[in-house]
Design a protein around this ligand. Structure first.
Ligand code: TYM
Length: 330
């Protein structure tokens, strides 16, 4: 039997998932879990959630929310190992320390993701934040995973993971693979505000997987538009972002239909938003029904996480032992 390619992905425990997380990451995770060529491990990264200001009193609830969202979207414990990162903190944080011996401070300080977060939280430029990509590399390489379903915003972090793999292999003679991103059609889901990407930390930018039809309509109603008519289809801003969402939820043909209207009789945005809201809700409704069902089965969810962590620990232990040996601890 040929060895399966290992797949790893994680989502921070910062609350319920939005359409960006779903289209950029979860859809890719589902595609790979359903392909027998891959062994899939998926986690909630709660250690990473502490790298920006957070409330310890609700961390567990936020972690649980992501677990429930994963399962409701179709992550299947019979096919994927699902676990919480901090359950393996002893191994992952340990490996991240070993990795930090081959990473320079300057490399971490120059990462755009680090600079953005420092701008956002100037009082919170901690060592944990600086170390974020190294911890993420440990998440991945601890299983020698080589395919990572994440949005395009994570590419700089994957580049760091590849550099770490190379440097560890050159310096200590390990055999880490260089992980690459598995991209989906929704690798970049734009913000409803018309500026940048959909993000949990930007109010008004997102639609959550748990939103009902009225909430989706209400959120879309604030998305900026224009007169609906023009010679050229806008390449950025509110209208461009709405058209991208139409493409993702209603298909390429519908997008082309609206683009033709834009350059002829004009788009009626109330109709576009109504159709889009319904298409989004149609996709979210079964996910929400599954979530309600899972909320009433806490023991089942606990057992899934226990088994997932057990499986993950077995693989992780063997990698950490190997690294300890190569680095001269054993
Ligand atoms: P996080 O929690 O910020 O985001 C989780 C996933 O959602 C994707 N995503 C998007 N994709 C498309 N369009 C958007 N607007 C959008 N917003 C978010 C992200 O790309 C990501 O895939 N560093 C990771 C967490 C992490 C991780 C890992 C991921 C830690 N260790 C190991 C993979 C492997 C993050 O910040 O996720």
């Amino acid at each position: 039997m040929t060895k399966k390619t290992r797949v790893l992905s994680g989502i921070r425990a910062t609350g319920r998932l939005h359409l960006g997380n779903y289209l950029g990451a979860v859809r890719g995770m589902l595609e790979l879990q359903n392909d027998p060529r891959y062994e899939t491990l998926y986690c909630v990264v709660d250690l990473h959630a502490t790298t920006t200001p957070y409330d310890p009193k609700i961390l567990k609830q936020k972690t649980r929310d992501v677990v429930l969202d994963y399962l409701s979207c179709g992550i299947d414990p019979k096919k994927s190992h699902l676990y919480i990162q901090s359950e393996l903190a002893d191994l992952i944080a340990q490996l991240s320390f070993y990795f930090s011996t081959v990473v320079t401070i300057a490399r971490m300080q120059h990462l755009p993701t680090f600079k953005d977060k420092v701008k956002q939280y100037p009082e919170h430029a901690t060592m944990a934040l600086l170390n974020y990509p190294v911890l993420m590399a440990a998440d991945i390489l601890i299983y020698k995973a080589s395919l990572i379903p994440v949005g395009i915003d994570q590419e700089p972090h994957l580049e760091v993971a590849r550099e770490i793999a190379r440097k560890m292999n050159d310096t200590y003679g390990t055999d880490f693979p260089e992980p690459t991103r598995f991209a989906t059609k929704g690798e970049y889901v734009p913000s409803l505000t018309g500026v940048g990407k959909m993000s949990k930390s930007v109010p008004g930018s997102f639609i959550n997987l748990t939103d009902d039809l009225e909430t989706i309509k209400e959120r879309l109603s604030h998305a900026p538009t224009d007169s609906g008519k023009g010679e050229k289809i806008p390449k950025e801003g509110g209208v461009s972002n709405l058209l991208k969402l139409v493409e993702l939820f209603e298909g390429e043909d519908k997008r082309v239909h609206y683009e033709k209207l834009y350059t002829s009789s004009g788009i009626k945005y109330s109709e576009l938003k109504q159709g889009l809201a319904e298409a989004i809700y149609k996709e979210l409704k079964p996910i929400q029904e599954k979530r309600r069902e899972l909320e009433s089965k806490p023991e089942y969810v606990d057992e899934v996480l226990r088994q997932g962590a057990e499986k993950a620990r077995k693989i992780a232990e063997s990698t950490v032992n190997e690294v300890k040996e190569k680095m001269g601890f054993k």
